[in-house]
Design a protein around this ligand. Structure first.
Ligand SMILES: Cc1cc2nc3c(=O)[nH]c(=O)nc-3n(C[C@H](O)[C@H](O)[C@H](O)COP(=O)(O)OP(=O)(O)OC[C@H]3O[C@@H](n4cnc5c(N)ncnc54)[C@H](O)[C@@H]3O)c2cc1C
Length: 526
């Protein structure tokens, strides 16, 4: 066969790889018939898949994927899980590229060990998403701790706020889960859906990416006649991924889930806006004499300290301070560290807040605005004392970073690759799970009408859905960080008064709780 004949035969056989040809049938249905329901379309996709494999007699090439997810952290795995859980997308060939040895885990993690120092406070919105994709039941068999109460106060002694799930008619405000349990639950769910997930996981790292540029677009007839190989023709419109083990993959869509220093984002030339905070967070697990069932957070001059329940008599500490202080706290003796934590959560830096005549007037004044929240009358409590530090102490530099774009042709960024926020409200990975759910839905919508899910106009719908909500949360958290970085008498009083007001203005309090729980997308009165 001459090169032109070989090329035109290839072109007429189909420029898409076999998996992609599955999408043609629903497209035809969508135009010929009345618009199909999503379920019908899904059935169309599934049957066309069987058909195309029978008719073409061709299996997808092992180096070709529909979707390559770079980064198998919590968010990358959530994207894979959401896709494999939907009828419309479960047939897609998805690969997860990450050399993290944690991806080898296939069993429940023991509940009786010492909890890891890396945990996440997951919101009810995240829990609903995990339930939808079938991963929450695996979390339930491993360590996790729901909490229904939260107390926030500051070092000036001028005010405190207590939040209760009862204020918004819910059973809990959130749940603290070790990051490794969240990853493990997603892996177990992927295994349930896909059987052998070894084929899906590439235990290696991404070295380089090449997006289809004009020079890599489908060859023109002139180029064809100048001798393109069948491989080149086939791959011309796909992203090329080079891996550290020497493999090369081709994919219709790349999902960058490779964290805040994202290589994918950098290679795609996507710029970010942001800054480093002059703070680091030190995290670890501490032990108490009794079980802790409340999330505590105190704002100190150096930054907030949080004590989060993680089950049994353990809590997780997330303490923000200057990088120098974090190094000192990392290297001090365990006894001194425990003393320092207890001091920071008790009388250190300032007195306990106390109720006074101001509270009487606040309650009277604001009781007209709405019914009083259940937690308004709750007194300030001192958190349980730590008796020992039982895990490694880790320190993380903190930054705010936001990608100018979340998508480009054949690319979508999710999780920390798209945005990193201050951890003071434990929202980072919750935003990432929101991205995962939204991206999977947009891909499914594309599949249902036979669209190319690497197409930028489709992917923009994902960006539009997530960007505004993520920016709003980043701004709220940055505002808190800034308000609490200034130690200036009059501002301290103003700040504490605003803080204390939130204890009494029920609609405001309920709105804050709903926003932090992920139930509303916008911070105020949405
Ligand atoms: C101290 C602290 C406390 C926090 N607490 C909370 C909390 O309570 N609640 C909350 O919601 N969020 C919290 N966060 C934020 C949360 O940890 C992050 O948002 C989350 O880890 C982001 O997940 P990710 O999957 O996007 O990225 P990552 O967890 O960074 O995962 C990225 C993955 O990509 C892989 N990777 C990187 N480069 C490559 C490459 N070239 N090739 C292949 N793979 C690659 C890595 O191995 C890694 O597995 C906290 C953050 C900090 C620092």
């Amino acid at each position: 066969m001459t090169p032109p004949a070989r090329a035109s035969a290839l072109l007429s056989r189909g420029r898409c790889f076999p998996a992609a040809s599955r999408f043609r049938r629903p497209l035809v249905r969508a135009f010929c018939d009345a618009p199909p329901s999503l379920q019908d379309a899904a059935a169309g996709v599934a049957s066309s898949q069987d058909q195309s494999e029978k008719v073409d007699g061709m299996k997808a090439r092992p180096d070709e994927l529909d979707i390559a997810i770079v980064g198998g952290g919590m968010v990358g795995l959530a994207v894979a899980c959401a896709l494999s859980n939907m009828l419309l997308t479960k047939h897609l060939r998805v690969g997860i590229i990450d050399s993290n040895p944690a991806l080898k885990s296939r069993n429940y993690l023991k509940k009786d060990g010492i909890p890891d120092s890396r945990v996440s406070t997951v919101t009810p919105a995240t829990i609903s998403f995990f339930r939808e994709i079938g991963a929450w039941e695996h979390v339930q068999y491993q360590r996790h701790a729901f909490f229904g109460k939260m107390q926030v106060w500051d070092y000036t002694g001028l005010g405190y706020t207590r939040y209760s799930a009862r204020d918004v008619g819910k059973e809990y405000l959130g749940c603290v889960v070790e990051n490794k349990v969240l990853c493990n639950s997603l892996l177990l769910r992927l295994q349930e859906e896909n059987g052998d997930i070894e084929k899906m996981i590439y235990p290696t790292r991404l070295i380089s990416l090449a997006f289809p540029s004009k020079s890599r677009q489908a060859p023109t007839s002139a180029a064809v006649s100048s001798g393109y190989t069948s491989e080149e023709l086939h791959h011309s419109n796909l992203v090329k991924l080079e891996l550290s083990d020497g493999q090369t993959l081709y994919s219709k869509l790349v999902v960058g889930a490779d964290g805040s220093k994202s290589n994918v984002r950098r290679t795609a030339g996507i710029k970010t806006t942001g800054w480093n905070y002059p703070q680091s967070a030190i995290i670890c697990t501490v032990e108490h004499i009794t079980e802790n069932d409340c999330a505590w957070q105190r704002f100190l001059p150096c930054g907030p300290i949080a004590l989060l329940p993680i089950g049994d008599n353990f809590s997780n500490v997330v303490w923000t301070m200057s990088p120098e202080e974090s190094l000192r706290h990392k290297s001090m003796s365990p006894e001194d560290f425990v003393k320092s934590v207890n001091n920071a959560l008790d009388f250190g830096y300032g007195p306990h807040p106390h109720s006074g005549s101001l509270d009487y007037y606040m309650e009277k004044l604001f009781s007209d605005i709405g019914s009083t929240a259940a937690s308004t009358k709750e007194c300030f409590e001192v958190p349980p004392k730590a008796i020992g530090v039982v895990s490694e102490r880790m320190a993380f530099p903190l930054s705010l970073k936001h990608s100018h774009d979340y998508v480009s042709k054949r690319l979508a960024l999710v999780g920390d690759a798209a945005h990193t926020v201050h951890p003071l409200a434990g929202q980072g990975v919750n935003l990432g799970f929101g991205d995962a759910a939204a991206l999977a839905k947009v891909i499914a919508d594309g599949v249902s009408v036979g669209a190319d899910f690497g197409d930028i106009s489709l992917l923009k719908r994902y960006e539009n859905d997530r960007k505004a909500a993520n920016v709003a949360m980043a701004a709220v958290l940055d505002g808190f960080q800034k308000i609490y970085s200034v130690d200036f008498g009059p501002l301290n009083v103003l700040r504490a008064a605003a803080f204390h007001g939130a204890q009494y203005i029920s609609p405001l309090k309920k709105n804050i709780i709903s926003y932090a729980m992920g139930d509303t997308k916008w911070p105020l009165f949405s």
